[in-house]
Design a protein around this ligand. Structure first.
Ligand code: 13P
Length: 290
């Protein structure tokens, strides 16, 4: 499959009332497993890396692995840089072969957020890449971005259109109360009305700018479905997959204390990741949409 543009993929999802899973990976085993699961489900897919793994493994290495796997897969797959607050690193990843970039300048004031997001849009659009921007702040820890609960600010719907118009952003992430990491309660307070209002303002007269839901880990299935029905079409999941990776590794090593065969451990992790991605794809409604 040729490499595709995330915006087109997500506009289809917005119109079809489903969401595309945007799954964070940290290594080759995870990336391969996520792709294998999406291929099994015939689902469009976004693979994301946080900034740390992209710096550790090198953006060009990750992009080369992505390209090789994506070109052999019969489904559309994007490679997205998640929550990058460093414009230089955004550009490095864009140059290296990522197909979509999130510039997260949401910690800055409105005008500075617009300035930095605009800068990355101008840079990436010349390469036909997609850019995600955020307005308001998502609490919790995502790699190097840490936002305390009492510092998190929800997206002001009144500013959403201005932000989109002045930045030229392709994908819009409004903070609506979801958080990165594990929720402290089973029913976190989410501002569904806010998402509904933003969705109506932005996409009310036809799908224009796909909306991104951050903080997928731990949300109950009915909540996930509600967020999609209200307009979320890119659905980010990270912490959940880290838990699968580490818990599976730990359980495998405890059970096979005397086995020194990393390939078998890789297979156990691959299997567990594939099962979890299958769960998410079914929940997001993207199975069969590729
Ligand atoms: P979780 O780690 O809570 O799944 O959030 C993922 C995310 O939003 C990445 O940007």
């Amino acid at each position: 499959m040729t490499v595709v543009n995330a915006k087109e993929m997500l506009l289809e999802a917005t119109e079809g009332k489903y969401a595309v899973g945007a799954f964070n990976v940290t290594n080759l085993i995870q990336m391969e497993a996520v792709i294998a699961a999406a291929v099994n489900k015939k689902a469009p897919l976004i693979i994301q890396t946080s900034v740390s793994p992209s710096k550790f493994l090198n953006p060009s290495v990750l992009a080369a692995i992505y390209r090789t796997l994506a070109e052999a897969a019969p489904i559309p797959i994007c490679l997205h840089l998640d929550h990058c607050d460093d414009v230089d690193h955004c550009k490095t990843c864009a140059d290296a072969g990522y197909t979509s970039i999130m510039i997260d300048a949401s910690k800055h004031d409105f005008d500075e957020n617009i300035r930095q997001t605009r800068l990355i849009c101008d840079y990436c659009h010349l390469k036909a890449l997609t850019v995600e921007g955020e307005l308001g702040t998502v609490s919790g820890i995502e790699d190097q971005v840490r936002v305390a609960e009492d510092e998190a600010a929800l997206c002001d719907p009144g500013q959403a259109l201005e932000f989109i118009e002045r930045t030229g952003v392709d994908l819009f992430a409004p903070a609506i109360g979801t958080a990165h990491g594990v929720y402290k309660t089973k029913n976190p307070k989410l501002d569904f009305d806010r998402l509904r209002d933003i969705s109506e303002l932005v996409n009310g007269s036809g799908a224009r700018i796909p909306l991104v839901v951050h903080g997928g880990t731990g949300l109950q299935p009915d909540v996930v479905k509600k967020l999609i029905s209200l307009g979320g079409s890119k659905f980010n999941v990270s912490t959940d997959l880290k838990h699968v990776l580490i818990d599976t590794t730990y359980a495998y090593l405890c059970e096979h204390r005397r086995e020194y065969n990393p390939g078998k451990l890789d297979l156990a992790v691959r299997q567990a990741i594939m099962e979890r991605i299958g769960y998410w794809i079914d929940l997001l409604g993207s199975a069969g949409k590729a």
